[in-house]
Design a protein. Structure first.
Length: 679
């Protein structure tokens, strides 16, 4: 059985073999790879298309919903692991690397409150992209280039055309031609990153991440899986589980136009507050108006009084809502309530269908959004998709339903696989699920902890006996399965057929049940180190990390410019049961002690970190964001909705007061006279 180990617990040779083999997968086409490395080989391009097709299913996402995320990514990781080991065995015949390493980024978060100071960034590249160069990360190790569809094997393009049609396949990618979501205006040819910045606002990892301990206490699969996802409505609050948190935290950019956030919230916050005050004056006269009006004898006057009371009832409702929103914002964590007003404004805009947080593959697939054709964009701020809506017919169509930001490559759900740390980071989610299942004895007899037999909101691919990712599914050959459990409840002839040249003709697609049975039973092809071994080596990251680096000025001069400065941590031997540190001899019985991790203080990395920090500090203040919003060219258009809403709410109670004063002063005389004349 393979053992998957934490990346930093690998030996120096194992680590080198992993990263070298990952490079091969990224740079080799399938046709050449199969010829050299055998039938297990899968190019990174193949895996990228497979990942995207699951996200772009016409009915719903078949790889990233709470019910299917775990099983889909487990199968994808296993297919990737098979390909990786095929390369390792060919290139490094004596290698002791026998499984896909994982990155326990939560361990870094416990030390530094973030995973941006991990020693592994010396491989991944700079955590921060350059805001002066399309947020491109400095990536000297992999020199990653985000692919375009025509750069992949021709048969992969045919697969896309078969699923989407030739016309739609021609638009597969974003407006710059990169394999990113069609609504992403990202224009960096390499990897884009902007961590700690979410939807035009600075964010700490603690702002978006809830502990895995909250998830491990759940007693059934559905709640556990939902907790592991934890996708929040606005992607800006601490409700993201171990899967979504790092995706979100890697950030957004080109989002200075995202919903006129501070201008909008300031308008709503102030006008709703004034309206709430005005309401108290209008409501103070309600009882006297009602008694005075209904006491009149004229039927005509009574009808007018009734209408007026209805108006007053609407005023009451408006006032309650306005006052509640205002007080709720005032009581926000920020003290002044700006944060809560911001979130209220975002919810209002989403309700008005005017600034979706994110589009979905199903919306694009079914034609509900219009996106720029590949290679048609020259300016990212103008390379936005628009949701088709009756509101888009209005003069403010530049606002209505437009994507207003670019997600970093790891944020972009369908193409987050572009990131080199995609598979190691997803490994820790897989580890947590298997650990949860072991504690509950979640075997096939109990449907692996209660995996539901019913689909989630009717979505195919979310029930236990559904095929996992219908349009480019997994087969026995993909996962290295020799046979499938007879308890699956399916006969092969009833299952859909796989439809790509990588699969044998007529080979059946696998269901979630079959994949879980293969990976959670006695025939499981792999296990994680902390489950398989009594004692494991664990890397202890340097306590100070970035804080111990010399100033940027020193790093960027003399010898430090080329060699950098290493800040070393240490290795500890831990018991896999209680995670307590024990004598190193326990671990050495199984494996030699790995080299200690070290953080590499690099001139370019730290310069980009400093630049990102300066931008974050500069824009944290409410006043700075508001001034920047006013300075933007389309400020008037972007606040039209908020001003209209504000004027309506602000004017409503005063209209009621004016009518009250009018009727009171004149004693309804004009109405009585008109009524007498009519009679």
């Amino acid at each position: 059985m393979r053992v998957r180990r934490e990346l930093r617990s690998l030996s120096e040779e194992e680590s080198a073999h992993f990263f070298a083999s990952l490079k091969v997968l990224r740079r080799t086409r399938d046709s050449r790879g199969v010829e050299v490395y055998g039938e297990r080989f899968r190019s990174y391009g193949y895996l990228t298309i497979k990942h995207a097709l699951a996200a772009f299913h016409a009915e719903c996402d078949q790889g990233h919903l709470e019910r299917n995320q775990i099983v889909f990514h487990r199968a994808l990781m296993l297919e990737f692991e098979n390909a990786l080991l095929a390369v390792v065995e060919r290139e490094f015949p004596n290698s002791t690397l026998k499984g896909l390493p994982y990155w326990d980024w939560m361990r870094d978060a416990r030390v530094h409150g973030t995973f941006l100071e991990s020693s592994l960034w010396k491989y991944w590249g700079s955590p921060f992209g350059d805001p002066d160069d399309r947020y491109c990360a400095h990536d000297p190790f992999f020199e990653t280039k985000v692919p375009r569809l025509q750069e992949l094997d021709p048969w992969l393009k045919k697969v896309v055309e078969e699923r989407f049609g030739a016309a739609a396949a021609a638009g597969f990618g974003n407006g710059f031609g990169f394999l990113r979501s069609p609504w992403s205006p990202g224009d960096c040819p390499g990897l884009s990153r902007n961590p700690g910045w979410v939807l035009d606002r600075p964010a700490l990892l603690s702002d978006v991440f809830k502990s895995q301990d909250d998830c491990l206490s759940n007693a059934d699969f559905a709640t556990f899986a939902a907790c592991m996802q934890g996708r929040g409505y606005l992607r800006t609050h601490a409700s993201f589980g171990p899967h979504n948190a790092p995706h979100v935290f890697m950030g957004t950019y080109y989002d200075d136009r995202y919903g006129a956030p501070l201008a909008l919230s300031a308008t709503i916050f102030s006008t709703v507050g004034l309206s709430a005050m005005a309401c108290t004056l209008a409501l103070s006269c309600l009882h006297c108006v009602g008694a005075e009006s209904l006491a009149q004898e004229s039927p005509r006057k009574k009808r007018h009084a009734t209408r007026f009371l209805i108006l007053q009832a609407l005023v009451i409702s408006t006032c309650i809502v306005a006052f509640s929103v205002w007080v709720g914002a005032l009581a926000g964590k920020s003290g002044l309530g700006a944060a809560n007003a911001f979130r209220h404004s975002m919810l209002s805009r989403e309700w008005l269908d005017s600034a979706p947080v994110d589009f979905t593959g199903a919306e694009w697939r079914t034609g509900l959004i219009d996106c720029p054709a590949p290679y048609s964009c020259s300016n990212s701020h103008e390379c936005m998709c628009t949701r088709k809506s009756i509101l888009s017919l209005l003069p403010t169509k530049q606002l209505i339903g437009r994507s207003q930001f670019a997600g970093s490559d790891f944020w972009d759900g369908a193409f987050s696989i572009n990131e080199n740390f995609f598979f190691p980071m997803h490994g820790v989610v897989d580890l947590l699920h298997l650990g949860w299942a072991k504690r509950l004895n979640a075997s096939a007899s109990v449907d692996f902890g209660g995996v539901p037999a019913e689909r989630l909101n009717g979505c195919p691919g979310t029930a236990i006996h559904d095929v996992v990712s219908e349009e480019m599914c997994f087969t026995r050959k993909d996962l290295g399965m020799k046979e499938v459990s007879s308890d699956s409840g399916h006969i092969d002839s009833e299952m859909p057929r796989a439809r790509s040249p990588a699969h044998a003709a007529g080979e059946a697609c696998l269901s979630a049940y079959e994949i879980f049975a293969f990976t959670m039973g006695g025939q499981a092809p792999y296990e994680y180190d902390i489950h398989a071994e009594a004692y494991t080596w664990q890397a202890i990251e340097p306590a100070k990390g970035v804080a111990a680096c010399p100033p940027v000025e020193q790093l960027c001069s003399g010898k430090m410019l080329t060699s950098g400065v290493k800040i070393f941590g240490s290795m500890a031997c831990r018991s896999s049961i209680d995670r307590q540190v024990v004598d190193g001899s326990f671990c050495e019985q199984a494996r030699p002690k790995p080299p200690a991790p070290f953080y590499l203080c690099n001139c370019t990395y730290e310069m980009l970190r400093k630049k990102a920090g300066a931008i974050s500090n500069e824009t944290q203040s409410f006043e700075m964001l508001f001034r920047r919003e006013i300075a933007s060219g389309d400020f008037g258009l972007r606040t039209l909705w908020s001003l209209s809403f504000a004027l309506l709410v602000f004017a409503f109670p005063f209209l009621a007061m004016a009518l009250r004063i009018h009727y009171s002063k004149r004693g309804y005389t004009p109405i009585v006279q008109q009524s007498s004349a009519d009679e």
